[in-house]
Design a protein around this ligand. Structure first.
Ligand code: NAP
Length: 328
C-alpha cells in the first residue's frame, strides 16, 4: 500500500461512530500506525464496543468517548485536543426520520467542532450516493468526483440515504469553506469485507441475504463494491497526503447481481444462493462507468472484488452470523 511505513508518533485523531463497520477498521489501522485515537460512541459501556478495546495498541492509545452527533458539546469535548478528525458516524438507512438529523446536523456539528479545535484536517466519509444519483447523466458518461446527485431526484425516488449524504456533504463543504477547515471527502461505493464489530451492518446484509435463504431471486441490478480495509486505508491516505484535496471516489469494480451470486456459489456451493433473476423480461442492467483515477494517483491499490466477497462470507461464518441450512 502507498501509506509510508514509518510509525506516526504523538498525533491524536478523533473517529466518530468508532464501533461501526468502517470506523472499526479505521481505528484498527490508525492504532497500528501509531496514532492515539479518540473514538466516539453513544454508550462507552455497551458490550458492542468491546472489540475496539481488544485491538492492538488500544490499551495504550484508544479512548472511547461518549458523544452523540446531535449533541454539539459532546463532540466538541471529543475533538478538542485532536490533530485530525475522521467523521464516519451516520445511520445507514433509507428512513428519512432516522437519517436526516444525524447526517446533516451531525456533520455540521462535527465540522464546526473541528473548526473550533483548529484541527489540521477533517476526513469525512460521504458516499457514492452523494455522487451518482442523476437521471440526466448520459449512459456513456464517466462518473467522477465532479458529479453530484440530483437532490430532487433523490427525494422523488425516496432515496433518503443518498439525499441525506448529499445534503450533509454539501453542508460540510460550505462550513469548511466559511471556517477555513481543511476538508477531504471519501465517497465509497458499497463496502464489504470482514467485520470487526459483533453485529451485521447494512452493507453486509446485502451479501448475507444471498446466502441464508432470505431471497429466492436476485434483482436485475448492478453495483460497485470495495473492501472495508481499502476504505479505511483510503481515509488514512488522504489524511496523510498533504496534497490530497476535494473528493475521492473509492471503488474496486462493479458487478451485476448475477455475477455476485455466481461468485458466491462458486466459493460456497453449500448455501442456497439464488440462480434466477427476478426480472426475466428486460435486458441485463449495466452499471454506470466510474473513475477512481484520483485515488489511484495517490498510490491506492484495491483488493479484488472476488476476494472481498470471499472474506465477507468467511467473516460471517466466523462471527456466527451464517449457518448451513438444515435439511427438512
Ligand atoms: N457500508 C457502506 O457500504 C457505506 C458506503 C458508503 C458510505 N458509507 C458511510 O460510511 C459511514 C459508516 O458506515 P458503516 O457501514 O460503517 O455503518 P455502521 O456500521 O452502521 O456504523 C454507523 C455508525 O454511526 C453511528 N451513529 C449513528 N447515528 C449516530 C448518532 N446520532 N450519534 C452518534 N453516532 C451515530 C453508529 O453508532 P451506534 O453504534 O451507536 O448506532 C455507528 O457506529 C457512514 O457515514 C456511511 O454513510 C458506508
Amino acid at each position: 500500500m502507498p501509506i509510508n511505513n514509518s510509525p506516526v508518533v504523538g498525533q491524536t485523531v478523533c473517529v466518530t461512530g468508532a464501533a461501526g463497520f468502517i470506523a472499526s477498521w479505521l481505528v484498527k489501522l490508525l492504532l497500528e500506525r501509531g496514532y492515539t485515537v479518540i473514538g466516539t460512541v453513544r454508550n462507552p459501556d455497551d458490550q458492542k464496543n468491546a472489540h475496539l478495546r481488544e485491538l492492538e495498541g488500544a490499551k495504550e492509545r484508544l479512548t472511547l468517548c461518549k458523544a452523540d452527533l446531535l449533541d454539539y458539546d459532546s463532540l466538541k469535548k471529543a475533538i478538542n485536543e485532536c490533530d485530525g478528525v475522521f467523521h464516519t458516524a451516520c445511520p445507514v438507512t433509507d428512513d428519512p426520520e432516522q437519517v436526516m438529523g444525524p447526517a446533516v446536523i451531525g456533520t455540521k456539528n462535527v465540522i464546526n467542532a473541528a473548526a473550533e479545535a483548529k484541527v489540521r484536517r477533517v476526513v469525512f466519509t460521504s458516499s457514492i450516493g452523494a455522487v451518482h444519483m442523476d437521471p440526466n447523466r448520459s449512459s456513456d458518461a464517466v462518473v467522477d468526483e465532479s458529479c453530484w446527485s440530483d437532490l430532487e431526484f433523490c427525494k422523488n425516488t425516496k432515496n433518503w440515504y443518498c439525499y441525506g449524504k448529499a445534503v450533509a456533504e454539501k453542508a460540510a463543504w460550505d462550513i469548511a469553506k466559511e471556517k477555513g477547515v481543511d476538508l477531504v471527502v471519501v465517497n465509497p461505493v458499497l463496502v464489504v469485507g470482514p467485520l470487526l464489530q459483533p453485529t451485521v451492518n447494512a452493507s453486509i446484509i446485502h451479501i448475507l441475504k444471498y446466502l441464508n435463504g432470505l431471497v429466492k431471486t436476485y434483482a436485475n441490478a448492478a453495483q460497485a463494491y470495495v473492501h472495508v480495509k481499502d476504505v479505511a486505508l483510503a481515509h488514512i491516505l488522504v489524511f496523510e497526503t498533504p496534497s490530497a484535496y476535494g473528493r475521492y471516489i473509492c471503488a474496486e469494480r462493479a458487478l451485476h447481481r448475477c455475477e455476485v451470486v455466481e461468485i458466491l456459489a462458486k466459493f460456497f456451493p453449500e448455501y442456497p444462493t439464488p440462480t434466477k433473476c427476478s426480472d426475466e423480461k428486460n435486458p441485463r442492467k449495466e452499471h454506470y462507468k466510474f473513475s477512481v483515477k484520483k485515488l489511484k494517483d495517490l498510490g491506492m491499490e484495491f483488493i479484488p472484488v472476488k476476494q472481498c466477497l470471499y472474506e465477507t462470507v468467511k467473516s460471517l461464518q466466523k462471527g456466527g452470523h451464517l449457518f448451513l441450512p438444515t435439511m427438512p
